[in-house]
Design a binder for this molecule. Structure first.
Ligand code: SAH
Length: 493
């Protein structure tokens, strides 16, 4: 016999919200049983209806807000509730920044088993949390534990994205936002793969919004079918638009389900006329039945195969499939922290693992002896090489391949880094790479992380192998979303 749960489906319960999950759901408890409530904030009291229960937790829908958090604000975006893109618009920006810092601290403590300076789970308000960090930085945290600085936020946390990736579908009825049979494109409804049409996204650069609108209009005029995820039929899958914030140059990528684009000349003509800032029109072919956006084959339809942008005076060529940070204002702050933590004097050998198009590498190269970059996407490495020569930077070299394969080989070839910078994707560093770092014994490791959980896991390995985590700087790269980015300094004990 299964033990009875304290709540069942469709029950109405009253909950005190005591936390926020990494997906932005409020956490409440009934007789020790955890319920997740979308849209509820810590400190609030709500009534909620239980939607679903599992063995140890369940989901509930908020009905009534009995007591609001001081951090509760009206979400400015009219489609916030339907769209899955943002999760924290109902929380003040200040509250978001404090939560992100606390989220890093919680991961370091719970997963990484690290001691954080001036923090304990007893820290309740962000005021005490932040003055705690300030006090801790004065003693450099040697014994007091890891210093976690307040999150660096944006002055104007809207319209910050330089890239839009919009899934394209066909309107079934007026319900989807377009006349039946016309192209729609916007976002996947929260928790589903139903595409909802969108005119504007408040975290997107206006130029990207307007380019997406124009491309949809051109598609409707010229005539193209939308890809249907269920049947695998139809042509246009995604429209991806990138804007260089400094240069103003734009790239439009049409992701299609095969090589053929009907009336291609009309497409190119249409985009060029409607969007004079576009310097590159690219097609990417993705025939796979997957929700990964890009396929392996990319071809330039018109103009350049890259667009250019600049960060702190360094010029970057960016091709369609290359990773480039989406929030340029915050990228500067992120990279600045990474460069500071690297502590360079001009003579050091530095490895930049997961280097993308060589962005961090070139920032580091200005202060280092030599920088070795490694990255798995070959086009990104082509971009990185081009970027080094574009900027007359001669002390950076790049190699395509998996960091966990290439760096061990560099070690056997006698490369001795003073500093290793890693900036892995969400899944964190490969174990083989962590082992190699421990064998190479650099004085410093700078870890740039977009996932506090895998970060904490990896730091624990490096701590056990002889490194001490000194400082953590969270940087808000993705305002209004639950994404938490941070830069970490580790020093060899
Ligand atoms: N540091 C860069 C890119 C960071 S994103 C920047 O700030 O722009 C992470 C990068 O890791 C991506 O470019 C991705 O293609 C790359 N990557 C993923 N797995 C990898 C692996 N095993 N080895 C090397 N690079 C990898």
């Amino acid at each position: 016999m299964k033990p009875a749960l304290p709540v069942g489906k469709n029950d109405t319960v009253t909950l005190d919200i005591i936390g926020l999950t990494h997906e932005g759901e409020g956490v409440g408890r009934v007789d020790g049983f955890t319920l997740f409530v979308q849209g509820a904030l810590p400190g609030e009291k709500v009534t909620a209806k239980v939607l679903k229960t599992k063995k140890t937790y369940g989901y509930a829908k908020q009905l009534e807000l009995l007591q609001a958090s001081p951090d509760r604000v009206e979400a400015p975006c009219p489609i916030y509730k339907q769209c899955g893109g943002c999760q924290l618009q109902h929380m003040s920006y200040e509250g978001q920044l404090a939560w992100k810092r606390q989220h890093v601290i919680d991961s370091l403590e719970r997963i990484g088993k690290l001691t954080v300076a001036g923090s304990s789970r007893a820290v309740e308000s962000r005021e005490t949390a932040e003055s705690g960090a300030a006090a801790a930085s004065e003693d450099h945290g040697s014994r007091a534990g890891v210093i976690v600085h307040p999150t660096i936020g944006m002055d104007e946390p809207w319209r910050y994205r330089n890239k839009a990736q919009v899934p394209i579908g066909m309107a079934m009825a007026d319900l989807d936002g377009g006349a039946a049979g016309s192209l729609i494109g916007g976002f996947y409804a929260r928790g589903s793969h139903r595409i909802v049409d969108m005119d504007a996204c408040l975290i997107q650069h206006e130029n990207n919004d307007s380019a997406v609108r124009q491309v949809k209009a051109i598609g409707n005029r010229v005539g193209i079918s939308a890809y249907d995820e269920a049947t695998g039929r139809g042509i246009l899958r995604h429209v991806v638009v990138r804007t260089g914030f400094v240069t103003g140059e734009m790239m439009v990528v049409l992701v299609t389900n095969g090589p053929r684009i009907p009336r291609l000349e009309d497409w190119i003509q249409g985009i060029r006329e409607a969007l004079p800032a576009v310097t590159s029109i690219v097609q990417n072919i993705n025939k796979r039945q997957t929700n990964v956006i890009f396929g392996d084959e990319t071809r330039t339809l018109w103009g350049s195969d890259v667009i250019y942008d600049e960060l702190d005076g360094i010029r970057f060529a960016i091709s369609a499939r290359s990773f480039y940070q989406v929030n340029p204002a915050q990228t500067l702050r992120l990279y600045q922290s990474a460069v500071d933590y690297a502590g360079l004097t001009g003579s050091e050998n530095v490895i930049d693992a997961y280097c993308g198009i060589g962005t961090i590498s070139l920032f580091l190269a200005r202060r280092a002896g030599h920088v070795y970059g490694v990255e798995i996407v070959p086009e990104a490495i082509e971009d990185a090489k081009r970027n080094a020569s574009l900027n007359g930077i001669e002390n950076a070299s790049f190699e395509a391949g998996a960091a966990e394969v290439v760096i061990p080989r560099w070690r056997s070839e006698g490369i001795k880094p003073d500093v290793i910078v890693v900036d892995p994707p969400r899944k964190g560093c490969d174990e083989q790479l962590l082992d190699t770092i421990l064998e190479m014994k650099p004085e410093r490791v700078v870890y740039v992380s977009c996932n506090p959980a895998t970060l904490a896991r990896d730091l624990q390995v490096l701590e056990a192998g002889g490194y001490r985590t000194v400082e953590v700087q969270p940087v808000d790269m993705f305002p209004h979303t639950v994404h938490v980015e941070s830069v970490i300094l580790m020093i060899r004990k």
